[in-house]
Design a protein around this ligand. Structure first.
Ligand code: NAX
Length: 324
């Protein structure tokens, strides 16, 4: 196996890119592999991108083998092993959801075509840019020569938020909380599910012993956490998003711990009755840069209804994104 890895980050002149690159370049995603870094952004961001490159030089990262920057997908996706799609068009006031889906859909079609043509066939993709699940679906459907299992969307931030809220409520540390799940869309319809999780080895519901909290305030808080951060910081989640990108890539690449799972938006294969061909957040275990959807979890009526709602939203996003 090569001791180098070719990584492309899109939207690299933006906020999450800026917070993520130091994590990548200090070995927190792929260990001590040397990184051939490619940074993609739009032509208007060229000067900012050059500034980022200057700071990367000044970071004197021993793992940074080479840097290329620019706005040409075909040049920057050439032979990539990993592509992290952070770049996208932001929602502007008064913009309809369908417009956002269409604009980003076109970006992801173009990037999917480039990826299909020039990336390695075993290239792994992580989509962060919103609407993350549907952007990822368009990317996967466009880059047809790359297996669907190589595409994922980020719901790890939601997963981390859920773990953290449970740890705060339980008064224990993060590592004491295991196996919460984010089902569905990275949006306010996501379903943060504690039914299969534990705190210090005990069922979360038993340990917390507060059904009203777990079935209402907890779920809403995780679903709307992005808005809470936005209101307080007058800016979106950036540090926590970058950290989640790092966690997602690290666990996908190095594997999850025995008996533990994490949440990833992945191509649905019909598991848990979800229609095929959606990028859906599932509980997964990982090993050797592969994931498997955790099977056989029992879903109660409450969970089934929550999962139905987020599935409906993803189906309607898909219909909008793929309609002319
Ligand atoms: P920024 O606006 O700071 O950065 C986005 C960058 O993407 C900009 O530099 C822009 O020029 C670039 N860009 C736009 N179109 C591009 C294209 N066609 N090719 C390459 N680059 C392009 O946003 P930032 O705060 O970094 O957030 C990035 C994305 O992450 C947004 O779409 C945001 O909604 C999404 N998020 C997703 C999260 C998740 O959990 N999945 C959480 C955090 C974040 O909200």
């Amino acid at each position: 196996e090569s001791d180098e890895i070719n990584v492309c980050v899109t939207g690299a002149a933006g906020q999450i890119g800026y917070a993520f690159l130091p994590l990548l370049l200090t070995g927190q995603c792929f260990g001590d592999k040397k990184i051939n870094l490619r940074l993609l952004d739009v032509p208007q961001a060229e000067s900012i991108l050059q500034g980022v490159e200057l700071e990367l030089q000044d970071g004197a990262y021993p793992l940074l083998k080479s840097i290329k920057t620019g706005s040409d997908e075909t040049a920057l996706f050439k032979d990539v092993d990993v592509a992290v799609f952070i770049g996208g068009f932001p929602r502007k006031p008064g913009m309809e959801r369908k417009d956002l889906l269409t604009i980003n859909g076109n970006i992801f079609k173009k990037q999917g075509q480039a990826l299909n043509t020039v990336a390695k066939k075993n290239c792994k993709s992580l989509v962060v840019a919103n609407p993350a699940n549907t952007n990822c679906l368009i990317l996967a459907e466009t880059a047809k020569s790359i297996p669907k299992q190589n595409f994922s969307a980020l719901t790890r931030l939601d997963h981390n938020r859920a773990i953290s809220q449970i740890a705060l409520k339980a008064g224990c540390s993060i590592t004491d909380v295991k196996n919460v799940i984010i089902w569905g869309n990275h949006s306010t319809t996501q379903y943060p599910d504690v039914n299969h999780g534990t705190v210090l080895g005990k069922r979360i519901r038993q340990f917390i012993n507060d059904e009203a909290y777990l079935n209402n305030a907890f779920i809403e808080r995780v679903q709307k956490r992005g808005g809470e951060v936005l209101a307080a910081r007058k800016n979106s989640s950036v540090m926590s998003a970058a950290n989640a990108v790092k966690d997602h890539l690290h666990d996908w690449y190095f594997g999850t711990k025995a008996g533990e799972f994490v949440s990833m938006g992945v191509y649905s294969d019909g598991s848990y009755g979800i229609p095929n061909g959606l990028i859906f957040s599932y509980p997964v275990t990982c090993a050797n840069f592969n994931y498997q959807i955790v099977q056989g979890l029992h879903l109660d009526e409450f969970s089934k209804e929550k999962i139905r709602i987020t599935t409906e939203e993803l189906l309607s996003e898909k219909a909008d994104a793929f309609s002319p």
